[in-house]
Structure formats: structure tokens, C-alpha cells
Design a binder for this molecule. Structure first.
Ligand SMILES: Cc1cc2nc3c(=O)[nH]c(=O)nc-3n(C[C@H](O)[C@H](O)[C@H](O)COP(=O)(O)OP(=O)(O)OC[C@H]3O[C@@H](n4cnc5c(N)ncnc54)[C@H](O)[C@@H]3O)c2cc1C
Length: 400
């Protein structure tokens, strides 16, 4: 069976759903192909996967019709961030504060499941939008073939889709990217993220904490119910070791690692492990296909930037396509899609370079670099303009 649409979006993660909402204002037929049902958010439970959402991402989610509903449900604003490393004490941590840049917050911590659920509701609740969207879910892209005037997508269900443009938002393992042989630079640091929800003896004071120690990075984010969310990035061996600890032992391990800054820690929701895929596609576009979000670039979670970069991709791609539609252009034309690539690739590469450099500096065992690092953190704490520039970049309001 063959079905025809103007645009097919592969993947209804946060990036794919945001693009669908942003494009739904156009009188186009849009198909969404998603492997798994998008679950409704459950307010009774705190879901384990959360993201630090920047101000720029909040703006994109507002345009997509979802942010006011997300903000009403459950978000945790964080106003401060403390970063420190092996050689220094928590009290000497590098301190970033929203007060320094005159904003209310540095961002919000939100459950991924809540964002996805509200983006889906935003599509379904708008009768005009709903009429333009066709869901193929659960279903999966199994192959794609590109012709001069259109692309053909074979789904696992045997349905074949024909469209002028395919937007691949199918995550770091993107089958679309692989089917088209778009080569990627794998930047794997062979690391894993151990994620858990924690109860802490001391209040988190709306502060995000991050400690670097040898090859490990421990990030602790404040949640709205007073708990914290942890991502401990480490080697596979270490991650498996952490996962095999009892909840009590893991709590003690986290508390020691964090130099007791949040007092005694107990594990509220048992840990799960996520492989950290670090890659960058050499091309974001080819004839009639465009890659967005993790399908194009997957970064280390140390600065909580992966989804924020993906939402910037979504916003820019939607703007390019809406302008092109108004000018009556072919939406799958490569020269048009290259406008999007030009606008996003440089910015993403710069952010990845900064993250890689941060990791290299913090994970270095070179004594000279260690000394310089300690000095540099002290210095950065004193140099307000430089610190403020870094905060504005993290908020997504200033380009690197
Ligand atoms: C531990 C951890 C913590 C993180 N913390 C942060 C943070 O604080 N802030 C931040 O900005 N980022 C963070 N990130 C990164 C962030 O989670 C990702 O960048 C983001 O989820 C990518 O969204 P996406 O929509 O591009 O891809 P995904 O979320 O991977 O969605 C892809 C979708 O495509 C579907 N799919 C895949 N293949 C197919 C197929 N063949 N056919 C149909 N559907 C398919 C999948 O089912 C999925 O729904 C973190 C990542 C990790 C691992």
C-alpha cells in the first residue's frame, strides 16, 4: 500500500514532535513515523529521564504550543550552578548564578516524558493541526530511496510512503542516516550514563552540581519535589559496578563523590544505565532528506546541551521551510536544505568542540594542566564578564 504526503518525519522524540508542531501551520500533509507509542505523562511518578532546558528551548517549545502546558505541570527552575573538580574542595567550586546575568533562572529541569506528551497533545488538540497529521505508530522506517522529485520510504508494516521531504529525527542510531550512507564521525568516549533519582539530606537550593573526577563526571540536578536527578558519566566497567551496588551503597558512593555537599543521599528511584553515543554526521542534508537533533549530532550530557541543540535545529529548520513554502519553493530541494545546514552545523560543531575541550581539560592527568585548571577555575570565578558570556551561551541566547 502506498501513501503520499508532503513531508514525512521519522521519529517522534522531542525534536521530531517539535518540528511537526512548528510546521503544522502550513497547509501540508505531514506523516509521523514512530517506533513506539508516545506515552501519556503520569503525574503520579517522576520519570527518570529529565533534561535541563535552556531559555532558547523554552522559546521553541512555546512556539510549538507546548511550553505553557509543560510549565503548568511540573518544572524545576534552577538559578545556580556549582562546578568543581578532583583537586579542589566543593566550597571553592566555580559558581554561576542567574543573578550575574539578571535573569530569573539558568534554565528548567523537565521530565522528557512530560515534554513529549505535551507536544503530542498540542498536535492532537488543535483540530486544524490534527487534520494535517497522519501517524504511523508503532511502525518503523526500514529503508529509504531517493528520486529526483520525491523520496520513498519503506515501513516495517509494508506500507510505503512517498514524500517531497523526509525529516530524520530518529535519534543517534538513525536508520535514515545509515540507509543513506551519510558518514558520521564517531566521537565515542566509551562512556555510559548512570541515571537515578535521589533524596538528599540537605535542600538542593535550586542548584545544579557538577563534579569532575578523573574520567568521571557526576551531574546532580534539582527536581520540583525536592529530590534530585543524577547522571554519573563513567566507563562501562564503573557503570556496571555502580549498578550492582545496593541502593544504600550507591547513595553513600554518590555522597562521598560529592564531598557531602547535599548531606546523606538515599536512592529514591533505582539507577538505570544509558550508553552515551557521541557522534556527528558529516552531512546534515542530502537530496530530499534532512537530519535533525541526535540523528545529526549526539553530545556528552555533561553540560545538558544535547536536546537544546536539537531544539535549535527544529526552530531553524521550521523557519527555513516555512519561508520556502511561502516563496513556493520545492521543500526537498538540496540548495534550500543547505540553508538549514549552514545555519546549524557551525554552531553545533562549536558547542561540541567546547564540550570535548572541557572533557579533555578536566580528565587530563598532566600535572601542569591540572595546576592550570585549578588556577583557571579560580580566575574564572573572579572575571565576571567572561563568566557572564559563558552563562548566556549556556542559556542558548548567545552564539559561541
Ligand atoms: C543520560 C542523559 C542525560 C541527558 N541530559 C540532557 C540534558 O540535561 N539537556 C539536554 O539538552 N540534553 C540532554 N541529553 C541529550 C538528550 O536526551 C538528547 O539530545 C535528545 O533526547 C535527542 O532528542 P531526539 O528527538 O533528537 O532523539 P530521540 O530522543 O532519540 O528520539 C528519536 C525517536 O525516533 C524513534 N525512532 C528511532 N528509529 C526509528 C525508526 N527507524 N523508525 C521510526 N522511529 C524511530 C525513537 O523511538 C525515538 O522516539 C541527555 C542524554 C542522556 C543519555
Amino acid at each position: 500500500m502506498q501513501k503520499q504526503h508532503d513531508i514525512v518525519i521519522i521519529g517522534a522524540g522531542i525534536v521530531g514532535l517539535s518540528i511537526a508542531n512548528l510546521l503544522a501551520e502550513l497547509p501540508l500533509s505531514i506523516a509521523i513515523v514512530e517506533a513506539h507509542e508516545v506515552a501519556e505523562w503520569n503525574s503520579e511518578e517522576y520519570s527518570l529521564r529529565v533534561s535541563a532546558i535552556s531559555t532558547a528551548s523554552q522559546q521553541t517549545l512555546t512556539k510549538a504550543g507546548a511550553w505553557p502546558h509543560i510549565a503548568k505541570q511540573r518544572i524545576s527552575i534552577y538559578s545556580d550552578m556549582r562546578i568543581w573538580e578532583k583537586a579542589i574542595n566543593a566550597s571553592e567550586a566555580l559558581h554561576f548564578s542567574s543573578n550575574d546575568v539578571g535573569t530569573e533562572s539558568l534554565g528548567c529541569i523537565v521530565e522528557n516524558a512530560l515534554i513529549r506528551s505535551e507536544l503530542k497533545t498540542s498536535l492532537n488538540n488543535n483540530e486544524l493541526h490534527k487534520a494535517k497529521i497522519t501517524w504511523y505508530c508503532p511502525d518503523q522506517l526500514s529503508s529509504i530511496e531517493v528520486f529526483e522529485t520525491h523520496a520513498e520510504i519503506q515501513l516495517q508494516s509494508e506500507i510505503q510512503l512517498k514524500a517531497k521531504l523526509v525529516i530524520a529525527a530518529d535519534g543517534a542510531n538513525s536508520v535514515t542516516r545509515k540507509s543513506l550512507n551519510l558518514s558520521e564521525v564517531s566521537r565515542s568516549h566509551a562512556q555510559f550514563g548512570v541515571v537515578a533519582q535521589l533524596k538528599t539530606e540537605k535542600p538542593h537550593h535550586q542548584t545544579a552540581y557538577q563534579r569532575f573526577y578523573d574520567q568521571d563526571v557526576l551531574g546532580i540536578l534539582p527536581l520540583a519535589n525536592g529530590d534530585c536527578s543524577m547522571v554519573w558519566s563513567c566507563s562501562q566497567t564503573k557503570a556496571e559496578k555502580l549498578l550492582n551496588l545496593s541502593d544504600e551503597q550507591l547513595g553513600d558512593e554518590i555522597s562521598d563523590f560529592n564531598q557531602g555537599i547535599l548531606g546523606d543521599i538515599t536512592v529514591a528511584q533505582s539507577a538505570q544505565i544509558f550508553p552515551l553515543q557521541l557522534l556527528h554526521s558529516r552531512q546534515y542534508v542530502s537530496e530530499r532528506v534532512v537530519l535533525c537533533g541526535d540523528a545529526a549530532h549526539a553530545v556528552h550530557p555533561l553540560a545538558g546541551q544535547g536536546l537544546n541543540l536539537g531544539l535549535l535545529d527544529a526552530a531553524v529548520l521550521a523557519d527555513v521551510l516555512i519561508d520556502a513554502w511561502k516563496a513556493n519553493f520545492d521543500l526537498g530541494d538540496l540548495s534550500l536544505l543547505r540553508q538549514y545546514e549552514r545555519k546549524r552545523k557551525g554552531n553545533n560543531v562549536q558547542m561540541m568542540t567546547v564540550l570535548d575541550s572541557l572533557l579533555a581539560v578536566f580528565q587530563s592527568t598532566n600535572p601542569v594542566l591540572q595546576q592550570a585548571r585549578r588556577f583557571g577555575m579560580g580566575l574564572l570565578n573572579q572575571v565576571r564578564p567572561l563568566k557572564n558570556t559563558l552563562i548566556e551561551q549556556a542559556l542558548g541566547l548567545k552564539k559561541l
